[in-house]
Design a protein around this ligand. Structure first.
Ligand SMILES: Cc1cc2nc3c(=O)[nH]c(=O)nc-3n(C[C@H](O)[C@H](O)[C@H](O)COP(=O)(O)OP(=O)(O)OC[C@H]3O[C@@H](n4cnc5c(N)ncnc54)[C@H](O)[C@@H]3O)c2cc1C
Length: 58
C-alpha cells in the first residue's frame, strides 16, 4: 500500500501528493533492487514509515 491508503494526510499539511509520489518511487526502487518481493516490500515499508509518520504527528 502507498499514499493516502496507508497514511492519509490532513489536506492542509500540503504533503499528501508528494508523499504518495515518493512512496511510488521508493517502492519501485526497492522492487528493482530486490532480491525478492518480500524483502523489497519490507524495505519500502521501513523507509516509508520513517519518512511519513513524523509528518503525521507534527
Ligand atoms: C481538500 C484537499 C486539499 C488537499 N491539498 C493538498 C495540497 O495542497 N498539497 C498536497 O500535497 N496534498 C493535498 N491534499 C492531499 C492529496 O490530495 C492526497 O494526499 C493525495 O492525492 C494522495 O494520493 P493517492 O494517490 O494516495 O490517493 P488519491 O489521490 O485519492 O488516488 C486514489 C485513486 O484511486 C481511485 N480508487 C479508489 N478506489 C478504487 C477502486 N476500488 N478501484 C479503482 N480505483 C479506485 C480513486 O478514485 C482515486 O482516483 C489535499 C487533499 C484534500 C482532500
Amino acid at each position: 500500500m502507498l499514499g493516502d491508503a496507508i497514511h492519509a494526510m490532513p489536506p492542509m499539511l500540503g504533503d499528501g501528493a508528494n508523499s504518495a509520489l515518493y512512496d511510488a518511487a521508493t517502492l519501485t526502487s526497492a522492487l528493482v533492487e530486490g532480491p525478492d518481493i518480500v524483502t523489497a516490500v519490507a524495505r519500502y515499508e521501513e523507509t516509508m514509515r520513517a519518512r511519513t509518520y513524523p509528518l503525521l504527528v507534527s
